[in-house]
Design a protein around this ligand. Structure first.
Ligand SMILES: Nc1ncnc2c1ncn2[C@@H]1O[C@H](COP(=O)(O)OP(=O)(O)OP(=O)(O)O)[C@@H](O)[C@H]1O
Ligand SMILES: [Mg+2]
Length: 425
């Protein structure tokens, strides 16, 4: 299950007009389900078209496709609702493994060969995401996900097995990721905090997935955040949730103009301000995830005071300074990290969250830097003198400041009524 409501509030600003300066008039609107015109509900959506990608030639130009084409051409299994009800034991509450803005995620079992529902504990374990009836936007994101994940395959992207579309009901069936999301590991009071080397491993896995999308496939993912980085039993990271993915600019164009979608705390400032989207917006969000890995703090945390609420603002002054960095490091690491590695990661995060999008590295550069960091043993513990002394962290870290309460033990998320929806034009 997910984040604090405050840390997961989605950005969804309607881009209604563009003025002559090219700057978008960004208006925030919230469209409730009931206000969605009936012509835009899920059942009448066959004229929606989405871009397509060939699995083998991910870098070829997309061609628009209709819903019918997307569903019929994918190699995905079309499940019936009854199949998925049986696979999840009638969506029993004890099968629930997560909840996001768009719906609930259940654990289920299907036969490995036939994909028919099987007995709990036998066959293939799957995660079944059941979308709330959210009208056109929910359907659009569902179809976008089917379109992209139906064709793009990579070890660091979660595998979509199939979908269900019956009446207004939409479901997605994924491979089950036994270790859940990075968010669960970083921000929940579990028995073991994520060790430093595992954090680097997760960052590398996510960077591989993102680099594949941005640099090899010209796709902007638009939803980089800890809850969308899922983990297999060996902490290999896979990106999930492709509902916001978008084709990147083609030719000489530097960006695509679109309404602003994403999650507060992760979305790049220039994208929020102008609606101009480039792959560098993903790089920014990835930088925020790096900060979360370093600090163990959420991108946005309304339980904190002032600047500390926003991770980027709070952490920025410490990132480039080797002597100050330990002050923002995750105290749950208890000093068990390489000082050199943390410094390198801090510098990399600083570059990713830079204000000038053009100066941010590409994801392939970020990946190379992370792999170098891992190879140089900066991802593992160094001799004692290279580690930060726990006692000094405990004494001087601002996280011990009485004005900055420790992270809450758990922060139940609401069904995200704060999703701000509107129609895309
Ligand atoms: N394939 C999966 N395997 C295991 N757990 C999963 C899987 N997909 C999702 N989950 C769990 O369900 C949670 C909710 O996922 P979901 O994508 O619906 O929402 P979210 O990413 O938390 O938030 P948002 O809707 O704002 O993107 C995840 O954080 C994760 O813990
Ligand atoms: Mg998600």
């Amino acid at each position: 299950m997910g984040n604090c409501l405050n840390s997961s509030t989605r950005v969804d600003n309607s881009l209604s007009t563009q003025n002559s300066s090219g700057r978008s008039n960004v208006a925030t609107s919230k469209t409730s389900f009931s206000s969605v015109p009936s012509t835009l509900t899920c059942s009448t959506s066959s004229n929606f078209s989405a871009p397509s990608y060939s699995e083998k030639t991910a870098s070829t130009l997309p061609t628009p496709r209709t819903e019918g084409e997307i569903l019929s051409s994918s190699n995905l299994k079309a499940f019936t609702f009854s199949d998925l009800r049986n696979a999840t034991r009638n969506f029993r509450p004890d099968s629930l493994i997560g909840e996001g803005g768009f719906g609930y995620v259940y654990k289920g079992w299907i036969d490995e060969q036939t994909f028919a529902p099987s007995r709990p504990g036998s066959g293939l374990v799957v995660a079944v995401k059941k979308l709330k009836p959210e009208g056109f936007q929910g359907h659009k994101e569902w179809l976008t996900e089917v379109n992209y994940l139906g064709q793009l395959h990579h070890p660091n992207l979660v595998k979509l097995i199939g979908y269900c579309s019956e009446g207004d009901t939409r479901l997605l069936v994924y491979e089950f990721m036994p270790k859940g999301s990075l968010e669960n590991h970083l921000f929940r009071r579990g028995p073991e905090p994520l060790p430093w080397a595992t954090r680097i491993k997760v960052a590398i896995g996510a960077a591989k997935g993102l680099s594949f999308l941005n640099d090899e496939s010209q796709i902007i993912y638009r939803d980089v955040k800890a809850s969308n980085i899922l983990l297999d039993p060996d902490f290999n990271a896979k990106l999930s949730d492709f509902g916001l993915a978008k084709d990147g600019p083609t030719g000489d164009r530097t960006h695509v103009s679109t309404r602003v979608m994403g999650t507060h705390g992760y979305a790049a400032p220039e994208y929020i301000a102008t609606g101009r989207l480039s792959a560098k917006a993903d790089v920014y969000s990835f930088g925020v995830v790096l900060l979360e890995l370093l600090t163990g703090r959420r991108a946005l945390d309304k339980t904190k005071v002032g600047t500390e609420q926003n991770l980027v603002e709070w952490a920025k002054p410490y990132l480039g300074d080797k002597r100050k960095l330990y002050r923002i490091m995750d105290t749950r690491l208890e000093g068990k990290y390489s000082k050199k590695g943390a410094h390198e990661l801090g510098i990399l995060a600083q570059q990713c969250i830079g204000n000038d999008a053009k100066l941010r590295p590409r994801m392939s550069d970020v990946l190379a830097a992370l792999e170098k960091l891992q190879d140089s043993k900066s991802s593992t513990l160094q001799p004692q003198d290279d580690q930060v002394r726990t006692s000094s962290i405990a004494r001087r870290s601002p996280m011990r400041n009485p004005r900055s309460p420790l992270r809450p033990a758990s922060c139940r998320r609401s069904p995200l009524p704060s999703y701000q929806r509107s129609h895309e034009h």
